[in-house]
Design a protein. Sequence first.
Lengths: 148, 188
Amino acid sequence: MNEARFVELLGVYGADLVRWPEDDRGSAAAFLEIAPHRIKDIWESERSIDHLLALEKDGPASIALEAQILSTAPMRRSLIGRSPGRSLWSLPKWATGGALAASLALGFAVGYAGEPRRSAETDYASMLTISSSGGGSMYLTAMNDGGH
Amino acid sequence: MRDPDEDLVRRVGAGDRRAAAEIARRHLPRMVGLARRMLGDASEAEDVAQEVFLRVWKHAGAWKPGAAKFETWMHRVAMNLCLDRLRRVGRNAGDVPPDTADDRASATRALDERQRRERVRYALQKLPERQRAALVLCYYQDRTNIEAAEILGVSVDALESLLSRARRTLKSALAAERADLLSGLETG
């Protein structure tokens, strides 16, 4: 590190050496220790600019904004109570088959009993249902997961 | 080095709401801060932050850890959205000066912190947008020079040139008020 390079980097990154390129920090700190007063004056001048910039602080993001953003986050298929990220199709085949068979039987029963009443669904409701209606046409509905 | 957001992004991609909340908690303040400093408008900054996260939700499932950190990608998205907005309306941000910016007579009196902050904010907003972008990324967003250059799509040399000019412009813009701005400010 020489004087010219130090002053050049000072004018780019400011007085806080933490902001300097990693490779230059050590040599810059060592140079500053032995630098002549005129260099230290330049360093102090840049430091005052850093202090001014630091006045422009960030506040926390608003809770309303965070809630709004989270309301747009997608949810995908999974079963209630399962660990996040696993899909139904990653279950063992026997479990998947069993779930499908049970859902199928339930679907037919409900279908013949009449129009199923939709319960209030939360964002976290999750269920795989197969139901029938009318002449026996099948509807496969994969509901959202909880992931929580 | 492993991307600290890698697991979270994977879980967001799988529809995990807790992961979405965590990634928002981790990055939302910085996204808002970046946009506010670039656009000079808190409401517009919130709009940009929402757009950034819509893109996060959209792309998280397909995210492949690799060359760039996820946070760097988010910064690039946010910065591009800001620059697009600035160019679309053909303005520089922060066109309204603080109440005493042109009142040189008042520059000798002590300013409270709010006034100082407003003056610095105004000086920042008057920077050309590329200079402001470089300064915001390196100073306020704590990006390395390599990351900031990548976000802006320029070489490190070009980034350093932008930073250098930004600091010179700021020094010049604040020169008349500098002593006053610094009065009472702890510099130790």
